[in-house]
Write a protein that binds this ligand. Structure first.
Ligand SMILES: Nc1ncnc2c1ncn2[C@@H]1O[C@H](COP(=O)(O)OP(=O)(O)O)[C@@H](O)[C@H]1O
Ligand SMILES: [Mg+2]
Length: 271
C-alpha cells in the first residue's frame, strides 16, 4: 500500500517545498518509488526546486480536467530512477482543484507509487485542505517562532478533524514535527524558541531539526534538492529525517551552537 504524506504548515515560507523536495528525493534515493505533488496552484515552486521547470508540459489541473493523463503529466527526475514530480498549474483559478478530482488522482498515484508526497500551499484554506485531506501521515513544518508554532497547532486540529481518515473514523493521521530554519545561536540569545519548547507546545513526535543554512538557497538556485548536497548540514539533517521516517533510530544533530576553532574565533567564522 502506498503511503500518502502531506507536508504542511499553518504559515507560508517556513520550508514546506524545500522539505517536500528533500524528503521525496531522500525516499527515492533509498529505493522507494516516490512522487511529489505540488498543490500550490498559481505558484509552481516545486519544479524550480527540483530543477525540472523547463520540462513541465502538463500539470495537476490538466489531469483533473481530463486534458492529459497522469502518464503524460508525470515528470521523471533526471537523476533518480524512482522519482517523479507532478507540477502545479499556473492558473489563477484557485478552484481548479476539486476534492473529487484530487481524490481520483491521489488514488491512481497510490496504485503506482510507494510514497505520494503532497506539498501543501500555505494557510488553512482550500488548497491546504485538499493537500491534507487524503493523507496517512503529516509532516508539520514549523519554524522556531511563536507565530509559526501557533499556526502549526491550528493545523494539527484540522488534521485531526477535517481529513478523510477523521471523517471515516479510521486511525488518525500520524503526525511528525519537522523544525526548520533552526539557528542554535539565536536560541541561546533567546531570540527563537528551542527544540524542547516547540516539542512541548505541539507534543508530536520530532522527525527532525533542519538548521538554517546557506546550502538551502544555493541548492534551490541550482534546482538540486538540498539532500543531494551530502556535505551540507541541512542535507545531512534531511537525510537523518528520512531515515527516521522509515523507522530508523537516529540521534538528532545540529541542535547546539557550533564550537568554533581558535582561528575561526580570531577571524570570524563562516557559516
Ligand atoms: N533550512 C533553511 N535554511 C535557510 N533557508 C531556508 C531553509 N529552509 C527554507 N529556506 C528558505 O525559506 C524560503 C521558503 O522556503 P519554501 O520551502 O519555499 O517554504 P514554503 O513552501 O513553506 O513556502 C525559501 O527562500 C527557502 O530557500
Ligand atoms: Mg511552498
Amino acid at each position: 500500500m502506498a503511503k500518502i504524506l502531506v507536508v504542511t504548515s499553518g504559515k507560508g515560507g517556513v520550508g514546506k517545498t524545500t522539505s517536500s523536495a528533500a524528503i521525496g528525493t531522500g525516499l527515492a534515493l533509498r529505493g522507494h518509488k516516490t512522487v511529489i505533488v505540488d498543490f500550490d496552484v498559481g505558484l509552481r515552486n516545486l519544479d524550480l526546486i527540483m530543477g525540472c521547470e523547463r520540462r513541465v508540459v502538463y500539470d495537476f489541473v490538466n489531469v483533473i480536467q481530463g486534458d492529459a493523463t497522469l502518464t503524460q503529466a508525470l515528470i521523471k527526475d533526471k537523476r533518480l530512477e524512482n522519482l517523479y514530480v507532478l507540477a502545479a498549474s499556473q492558473t489563477r483559478d484557485k478552484d481548479a482543484l476539486t476534492l473529487e478530482g484530487v481524490g481520483k488522482v491521489i488514488d491512481e498515484l497510490a496504485q503506482n507509487f510507494e510514497f505520494v508526497i503532497c506539498d501543501s500551499p500555505a494557510g488553512i484554506e482550500k488548497g491546504a485542505h485538499l493537500a491534507m485531506y487524503f493523507a496517512d501521515e503529516a509532516i508539520v513544518v514549523t519554524n522556531p517562532e511563536v507565530s509559526s508554532v501557533r499556526d502549526s497547532d491550528r493545523m494539527l486540529g484540522l488534521l485531526a478533524s477535517k481529513s478523510r481518515r477523521a471523517e471515516n473514523g479510521d486511525e488518525p493521521i500520524k503526525e511528525h514535527l519537522l523544525l526548520t530554519r533552526y539557528n542554535p545561536e539565536r536560541v541561546v540569545k533567546g531570540e527563537m524558541l528551542g527544540v524542547e519548547d516547540v516539542e512541548e507546545i505541539l507534543s508530536i513526535r520530532l522527525l527532525g531539526v533542519i538548521p538554517e543554512s546557506q546550502a538551502v538557497l544555493k541548492a534551490s538556485n541550482q534546482g538540486v534538492p538540498v539532500i543531494l548536497d551530502d556535505q551540507s548540514d541541512a542535507g545531512q539533517a534531511y537525510s537523518d529525517a528520512v531515515d527516521r521516517l522509515l523507522g530508523k533510530e537516529v540521534n538528532h544533530r545540529f541542535l547546539d551552537v557550533k564550537k568554533q576553532g581558535f582561528l575561526q574565533r580570531l577571524f570570524g567564522g563562516r557559516e
